[in-house]
Design a protein around this ligand. Structure first.
Ligand code: FAD
Length: 287
């Protein structure tokens, strides 16, 4: 199917884009890489009268260092994020997750901010940004505000971004020297995960000094495996302690049942994947 007819604007600044959002209100939709929006338009699940293309706003693109954080512009394509040396050095978990996200064509067009704004609970980036305590910078009529990753994901395909706001960048505290591992289960290569676990850890003298673990497709939003993190902080970086802690991986989750697996199956498999992800992160941290 082809999309319903729409008008198109391509502003060159965030201010112009915000003005267009104010002007067209409910009739408008923001376009980033189009990898999720265009299928929705083609299936006519949504028929906005105006498309506001963010693709010509240069300030929304790129990766930079800002003190103890790295900052990823919302319109930075997955392929650029995945090969960026700053991201690899300070947020290795993102590099690993992006490497497994969809295929090369989608990574070339799709954007870091577009994927997070889309907020598919099966997306590969939600778990890592939660595990890394990222912050989301959102621009609106009254300036910008910053939202923590814990508060950003509100519900299924719903975030803290209001209709008249734009996600401009994602700030990730530097996790330099932390090990990282992304464990993703798919039936078909390059597809959305049935379930995924993103783990990053810091080890000091054989002890797990700190750890972050995010889960994909285990509920309506990307989740954090807080029980496992709590059980592992201060514990020896050994397979026995990891195995015991990861028995808590499904705590507080409410996974879907679908053709790829039942909720019970996901509740079981997430424990196994959690162990693999944490062991991989510990190994990367020198344990
Ligand atoms: C076949 C296929 C397989 C895929 N597999 C995976 C996978 O394995 N893992 C995975 O994580 N993803 C996967 N994706 C999705 C991919 O990551 C997309 O890039 C992503 O979901 C949307 O990013 P986009 O830049 O294309 O955004 P768009 O499709 O342009 O926009 C998505 C939504 O976000 C809104 N939006 C975009 N940017 C902003 C902004 N700056 N501020 C506010 N709102 C905004 C748009 O209005 C729209 O509602 C797949 C996609 C396809 C088509």
């Amino acid at each position: 199917m082809i999309p319903a007819q729409f008008d198109y604007v391509a502003p060159t600044t965030v201010e112009e884009a915000l003005a267009a959002l104010r002007q067209y209100g409910d009739d408008a939709k923001l376009l980033a890489g189009g990898q999720s929006l265009l299928p929705v338009l083609r299936m006519r699940l949504n028929a906005p009268e105006w498309i506001i293309d963010l693709g010509r706003i240069d300030s929304l693109r790129g990766v930079r260092e800002d003190g103890d954080a790295i900052v990823i512009g919302a319109m930075t394509p997955h392929s650029v994020v995945g090969s960026d040396p700053l991201v690899a050095q300070h947020a290795a978990l993102v590099t690993k997750a992006v490497a497994e996200l969809a295929d090369a064509q989608i990574r070339h067009r799709g954007t870091f901010g577009g994927a997070l704004a889309h907020a598919d609970p099966a997306g590969d980036l939600g778990g890592p940004v939660r595990a890394l305590d990222a912050e989301f910078v959102i621009a609106g009529a009254n300036g910008t505000r910053t939202v923590s990753a814990d508060d950003f994901f509100v519900d299924l395909f719903e975030t803290a971004i209001s209709e008249d706001e734009i996600l401009t960048e994602v700030r990730i505290p530097k996790h330099t020297g932390w090990g990282a591992h992304h464990e993703k289960m798919v039936r078909v290569a390059h597809q959305w995960p049935i379930c995924a676990v993103a783990a990053t850890a810091r080890v000091e003298g054989g002890t797990i000094a700190d750890i972050g673990i995010g889960l994909a497709n285990m509920g309506n939003t990307p989740l954090r495996a807080g029980g496992v993190e709590e059980a592992l902080r201060g514990q020896p970086a050994t397979e026995d302690s990891v195995r015991a802690a990861c028995a808590r991986a499904a705590e507080g989750t409410s996974p879907p049942s679908d053709l790829n697996g039942s909720a019970d199956y996901r509740n079981h498999v997430v424990q196994v994947m959690c162990r693999r992800a944490v062991m991989g992160a510990l190994e990367g941290a020198g344990a």
